[in-house]
Design a binder for this molecule. Structure first.
Ligand code: THU
Length: 126
C-alpha cells in the first residue's frame, strides 16, 4: 500500500467525521504489519471529554480485527495542514507501534513522513 493511498483513505474517512462542536474534522488510516488497512474519523459528544479522535477510532478497528502492529498511520484534516496526532493518541500508538512506525501527513508541500519515534520517544509501557 502506497502512502499516498493511505492518505487518500484518511481524507475519505474525514468526510464521515462527527464534529458538530469543534467543526474540526479528522480522518485516519492505519496500515498494519499484515498489510491490512483500517480507517477512522473523530466523533464528538455533548459531554466533550468523551470525544474519540480519528486515530484511536482507526486503531480500535485494527485491534478488533486481531491486528497488533502498526507500520504507518496517515492523518488528515481539511481544517489544518499537517494534522499531527494529539498526545493521547501518541500514547495509544506507543502500545501498538512497530519499531519503524511512520506518521503520514499532508501540507502545502505535499506528503510528509515523520518517524513516530521522533515525535513521541519514550512513551509509557508497563
Ligand atoms: N482530533 C482528532 O481526531 N485527532 C487528533 O489527533 C487531534 C484532535 C479531534 C478531536 C476533536 O473532535 C477535534 O479534533 C478537535 O480537537
Amino acid at each position: 500500500m502506497e502512502y499516498n493511498e493511505l492518505l487518500e483513505k484518511a481524507k475519505q474517512a474525514s468526510e464521515s467525521a462527527y464534529a458538530p462542536y469543534s467543526k474540526f474534522k479528522v480522518g485516519a488510516c492505519v496500515l498494519t504489519e499484515n498489510n491490512k488497512i483500517y480507517t477512522g474519523c473523530n466523533f464528538e459528544n455533548s459531554s466533550f471529554g468523551l470525544t474519540i479522535c480519528a486515530e484511536r477510532n482507526a486503531i480500535g478497528s485494527a485491534i478488533a480485527d486481531g491486528e497488533r502492529k502498526l507500520t504507518a498511520v496517515a492523518i488528515y484534516s481539511p481544517n489544518e495542514k499537517h494534522c499531527y496526532p494529539c498526545g493521547a493518541c501518541r500514547q495509544v500508538m506507543t502500545e501498538f507501534a512497530s519499531e519503524n512506525l511512520d506518521i503520514i501527513t499532508e501540507g502545502d508541500d505535499g506528503l510528509e513522513i515523520t518517524k513516530f519515534s521522533e515525535i513521541f520517544p519514550k512513551g509509557f509501557i508497563l
